[in-house]
Design a protein around this ligand. Structure first.
Ligand code: FEO
Length: 393
């Protein structure tokens, strides 16, 4: 239990040991499920709950504050890492109403089998008085699901933002203690969770901008008592600006593609381009996603496997397509033994990307002189494209 402001406390759980989220996203630093207790002069509200696995931590924190009754459980988001303990809270703390928007209500009825009579629904902008404190609900769709909303307490100038502005990190610090660590965690979280919704995030940030905010309190990771720290980072990540960077996720079965990647990396570096190379057989998906936040160009490197792309490369293409990074250019390099349809296959998998496809370099066997010339030519093209985009050296 940790205090944000008088009668506003963080009562959620720190999950030090979790290493995977959604059976997909690596959590090298654990995570937290932040729930917030807001005690007004007349009513008490709990904003979000915790993953059901961590229910006992939430209950212990509520008991420390000697909470007997919770009048309202605000569900800002239907996903179970925040909503999953709602039924337990209602059961043990007086059966308060679940306050949420109609879309989230439908999800919670589907996901948690809660009955219709549990809910009080609120409109966008609607307020709920707790006495000397007010909860104002602001719909912010697609951060992370379509029903997501934020809650603002004007008397305390705190914005509770659920997944929005969150970070997967377990820390005993409530507020940011090390900005470099907080930035890295928030960027990783943005890359893995929020990047597909970049355009709508712009609208949500604009919608929230008139609020006077002293603190942003997400439901994962640190609370920001200097809100500009995270809003400025987001402005940067969601902007249309790309950097003079090439990301090369690759996989190589017998070394031919690796040789191509090594040559190509050097060629790009010699042209003043920042390169981030990831061997897909052993890389952290979060690191790859983070590199995609800023890069102007993505080049997938792959061996041919059963005439198509190697499954590791197909996975990278699938994830890239889902994350929708703002890259402007893409290409494919790799090797084959007797035949390959990997270019058609991979490009077919990345239809969401608004990129110009630069001529791939696909070689038979180990790369030879002509192949290195083709790779150098691709590096020249990338340098030229970056310069034309105003980001070259
Ligand atoms: Fe932290 Fe979308 O749940």
């Amino acid at each position: 239990m940790r205090t944000l402001k008088p009668n506003i406390d963080a009562v959620g759980a720190i999950d030090w040991d979790r290493r995977l989220f959604d059976e997909l996203i690596p959590l090298p630093n654990g995570t937290s499920y932040n729930a917030y207790l807001v005690r007004g002069s007349e009513k008490t509200a709990l904003i979000d709950t915790v993953d059901p696995e961590q229910w006992s931590d939430l209950a212990a924190n509520l008991d420390r504050l000697d909470v007997k009754t919770i009048d309202y459980v605000v569900a800002q988001h239907g996903e179970q890492d925040h909503s999953g303990s709602i039924a337990r809270v209602r059961e043990d703390y007086g059966g308060g109403q679940v306050v949420t928007n109609p879309k989230c209500k439908g999800m919670l009825m589907d996901l948690l089998c809660l009955g219709d009579d549990c809910f009080t629904t609120v409109d966008d902008g609607q307020s709920l008085s707790l006495g000397d404190k007010t909860l104002q609900f602001i719909y912010t769709p697609w951060v992370h699901w379509p029903e997501t909303m934020c809650t603002y307490v004007p008397e305390a100038k705190i914005l509770f933002s659920c997944d929005f502005f969150g970070s997967h990190i377990a820390s005993s610090f409530l507020f940011v203690d090390n900005e470099a660590v907080a930035y890295e965690s928030a960027k990783r979280y943005y890359a893995e969770i929020m990047m597909p919704f970049r355009q709508i995030i712009k609208k949500n940030i604009e919608k929230l901008s008139p609020l006077a905010v002293d603190m942003i309190a997400p439901s994962h990771g640190f609370v920001y008592d200097r809100p500009d720290f995270i809003t400025e980072a987001y402005q940067n990540w969601i902007s249309d600006t790309v950097k003079n960077e090439v990301i090369i996720p690759y996989t190589s079965m017998h070394g031919s593609t690796r040789k191509m990647v090594e040559f190509f990396t050097t060629a790009l570096m010699e042209r003043g381009i920042t390169v981030r190379v990831f061997d897909l057989a052993q890389s952290d998906l979060g690191q790859i996603a983070m590199a995609m936040v800023d890069a102007a160009t993505i080049v997938i490197g792959t061996s041919t496997c059963l005439v198509g792309a190697h499954p590791n490369a197909a996975y990278a293409a699938f994830v890239t397509n889902a994350l929708r990074p703002k890259a402007r250019f893409a290409s494919i390099i790799g090797s084959y033994g007797w035949g390959s349809k990997m270019v058609e296959q991979l490009t077919g998998m990345m239809g969401n990307l608004k990129v110009e496809l630069l001529d791939p370099v696909v070689v038979k066997g180990y790369p030879k002189e002509d192949d290195f010339r083709a790779l150098a030519s691709l590096a020249d093209t990338i340098q030229k494209k970056h310069c034309e985009a105003g980001i070259g050296p």
